[in-house]
Write a protein that binds this ligand. Sequence first.
Ligand SMILES: Cc1cc2nc3c(=O)[nH]c(=O)nc-3n(C[C@H](O)[C@H](O)[C@H](O)COP(=O)(O)OP(=O)(O)OC[C@H]3O[C@@H](n4cnc5c(N)ncnc54)[C@H](O)[C@@H]3O)c2cc1C
Length: 343
Amino acid sequence: MHVHTLIVGAGPGGLACAEVLAKNGKNVLVTERKKVVGPKVCAGGITWSGLISRVPANLAEKSFPVQYIKSPLQSISIKEKDPIIATVNRKRLGQQMAEQAKNAGASIRTATAVVQLDTGKALLHDKSSDKKEWISFDYLVGADGSSSLVRRSLGIPSTRLGIGINYQIPGDVDKMEWHLSNALFKNGYAWIFPHSRTLSIGAYADRASLGAAELKKNLLFWAKKQGYQLTQHKAHAEYINYDYQGWCFKKVYLVGDAAGLASGLTGEGIYPAIISGEETARSICDPHYTSTIMTQLVERHAKHSRMVTISGKSGLLNAFLAELMTLGLRSGMIKFNKMEMAI
Ligand SMILES: Cc1cc2nc3c(=O)[nH]c(=O)nc-3n(C[C@H](O)[C@H](O)[C@H](O)COP(=O)(O)OP(=O)(O)OC[C@H]3O[C@@H](n4cnc5c(N)ncnc54)[C@H](O)[C@@H]3O)c2cc1C
């Protein structure tokens, strides 16, 4: 079998890419190793400047014009006219995006992992039938997340990684909270993101500053102080790749986490995945296409990475910068959207 473009991974990056390619008449196949498209370890936060306005309103679980930020010395809230962030359920988002890609003409094979790559061809393993099949392609898109096989096949290492731990627990609260603490989360943070009948409680940290075991221990300790006993719930954790080293490699492209385009500062990755997926499709359709938005996205990403490097130099410096940033947000000198990946 031959396809014009093979997309590995049906996350938001792969599905956004598939929809645009299919709308342009390309024969596109998306392979997803999971049985079901959508579910992913994630807090499900999407920003107004980035995605809320583009995602169908029925997908937003809750939206928040007020953000609560706590540091060891300050407790502030920021209010805006429009919701600053909304939460989405990743399964519902994935199912909706898959439907749109299919309606545009893309094929999606679930329970099918790409297990080997060679020049111009890939070996697919259909887990349901346990059959293997080689497929050839003109273009290959690695949308296969933080441990991308396509990225490894290009010989690109992933060194700069964040760790995200999420607990999705029953509950109905209305405050979206961010907690900064150098002692517990180094230059990362803990969050409470309410969904419609559940809430996401979790923590993010740069792997270079804090290991997964210590992050989890500190998250449990902090959550207990907030009134949440998480030990009775199941934790889900994953790496978030922010080691960006390019997205276009001749006829092979990397999008989203596979490209290392998530923010190293906040772990935000849905917006960069969707934008890079769409822009990859446009570049494939038109070899002369110049992507302004990718240039801007990469610049924003580099700024976030520099902030991680600087704040990771010393605990004292990080604690000082966290207080300074909170003060800046409170006074309005720093706009909340500077912390976001959307331009
Ligand atoms: C705890 C946590 C909380 C987070 N919270 C947020 C948040 O609130 N907001 C936000 O914007 N981002 C958040 N993120 C980051 C966000 O989830 C990712 O950046 C985003 O999902 C990246 O999208 P993607 O399409 O690049 O990759 P993914 O969503 O990871 O999709 C990759 C897909 O590829 C599939 N795949 C992998 N290998 C293969 C293979 N060999 N063959 C076939 N299929 C394969 C996987 O099964 C997966 O479905 C969070 C991450 C974590 C870990």
